[in-house]
Structure formats: structure tokens, C-alpha cells
Design a protein around this ligand. Structure first.
Ligand SMILES: [Mg+2]
Length: 242
């Protein structure tokens, strides 16, 4: 396990996944919280990086704002389908929620029959959670694949105790590459921290850009560097040089 190198606030840009990276994974995704001193630290880092800090998450940007208030930050939400290009900027939506209505309809009977499966509707993505019903994992994956069957414009992805459907053609890697083309990120070296399968798109792009790809946790990864867990991430953020 190779520890990440020191980061220079004048030459690097920092990209952070949220769940499993900044906060521990919990059964109810609404039940996460970040201590006030951690938010203050992120605020300090954002200033030292001249705004080149973005949170890249499967969550909606509105949710991230709620958990990270009063921090002003750039963000890619719903795997890049929502974008805020700089701290305090407007949120852009790269697709309309109605595109998923046929999938919502197809999932409805299964959700009715299996009350322990929970659907999180993110507008531009639908996430089926089975963390509290692991015996229904296969059923959840199967119903999601069937609901999206025949839709080339959609992609079904499996994550940590979830299966998700959202428009194809966007992922955390593409969102990151897009950030790197505009201020305040352009011209900097990307640093990315993430724990899950969906972060691998970004970790791969960062590796190709000769940036600093950091995997959180023990799962297989293309990343060169590792941090053990959420506590280790916060420790590293304190000592990384920003
Ligand atoms: Mg994560």
C-alpha cells in the first residue's frame, strides 16, 4: 500500500468522492454527517487551491450542499449529470428526469412486492438500495436490468449495496476530464480520492493524465496510491500540504 505524495496548492486540483471517502457508508444515506471542523478544513483547502476543489459524487449536488454547508465548492453530482463548475456557480443539468419515467414504471411492481428494497430517485438517476436486504441483491440487479432493457441510452451500474440506472455516456471520469478544461481547474494536476467501482473511471483518467490517483479502502483499483479508510482520508487531508 503506497501512501500518496504531498500536494502543492498552487499546481494541483483536488477531486473528492463523498460517500466512503469523506463520510463513512451508512444504512440510511440521509444519515451521514461531517463534523464542523472537517467542513472548515475543506473550506481552508478550497481557498488555498484558489477554488480548484470539487466533490464528485453519485449524489445530487443539492444533497451535497446540505451535508457540507456552509462550504462553497465545485461539484459533479449524479456521476456528472449535474455540474457546478466553480464554487458559488450555477448548477447545470445534463439530462431531463422524464427520460427515466419508463424505468420508474417498470420498477414499480417489484418495489411494491419487496418493501425492503428502497428506491432513491435522483431525478437523472434511479438507485435501488439493498444494504438492509442483502438476500434481495440478485432480485434488485435483475429487476433493474429488465427495467432498462432495450434502452441503449441508459446504463445499469452496480455499486456498494446498490444497483443504479442512469443515462449512458457520462461517468465520474468524463466529469473530471471536463472540469480539467476550464478554470479554476485547467492547467493543474488532478488528484482524485474515491472508494467505489464508479470512482475507477476517474482514477483511470487521472492516472492517464499523470495525476495522483488515490483509492480509499482495499478494493481492486487502477490507482497507484491508497488510503485505508475515511479516517485515514481525513488524516491525510490534514498533512497533505494544502
Ligand atoms: Mg464513494
Amino acid at each position: 500500500m503506497k501512501r500518496p505524495p504531498a500536494i502543492d496548492p498552487t499546481t494541483h486540483a483536488l477531486f473528492l468522492d463523498f460517500d466512503g471517502t469523506l463520510v463513512d457508508l451508512v444504512d440510511d444515506p440521509n444519515n451521514v454527517a461531517l463534523a464542523a471542523d472537517r467542513v472548515e478544513r475543506l473550506d481552508e483547502m478550497t481557498r488555498r487551491l484558489s477554488g480548484a476543489l470539487a466533490v464528485v459524487s453519485g449524489r445530487r449536488i443539492g444533497d451535497l450542499d446540505r451535508f457540507l454547508a456552509p462550504l462553497a465548492f465545485a461539484a459533479a453530482g449524479v456521476h456528472g449529470l449535474e455540474r457546478r463548475r466553480k464554487p458559488g456557480g450555477e448548477i447545470e443539468f445534463l439530462m431531463q428526469p422524464e427520460a427515466l419515467d419508463p424505468v420508474r414504471d417498470a420498477l414499480a411492481p417489484t418495489l411494491e412486492a419487496n418493501q425492503r428494497l428502497r428506491l432513491e430517485d435522483k431525478g437523472t438517476a434511479l438507485v435501488l438500495h439493498y444494504r438492509t436486504a442483502p438476500d434481495l441483491a440478485e432480485a434488485a440487479k435483475s429487476v433493474m436490468r429488465h427495467a432498462a432493457d432495450g434502452r441503449d441510452d441508459l446504463i445499469v451500474m452496480e455499486g456498494d449495496n446498490i444497483v443504479e440506472v442512469h443515462p449512458a455516456g457520462m461517468d465520474k471520469g468524463k466529469a473530471l476530464a471536463d472540469f480539467m478544461t476550464t478554470a479554476p481547474f485547467a492547467g493543474r494536476i488532478p488528484v482524485y480520492l474515491g472508494d467505489d467501482t464508479t470512482d475507477e473511471f476517474a482514477l483511470k483518467i487521472v492516472t492517464e493524465m499523470e495525476g495522483v490517483a488515490i483509492k480509499v479502502g482495499g478494493k481492486e483499483s487502477v490507482a497507484e496510491y491508497r488510503l485505508a479508510d475515511v479516517a485515514d482520508v481525513h488524516h491525510w487531508l490534514d498533512v497533505c500540504g494544502i
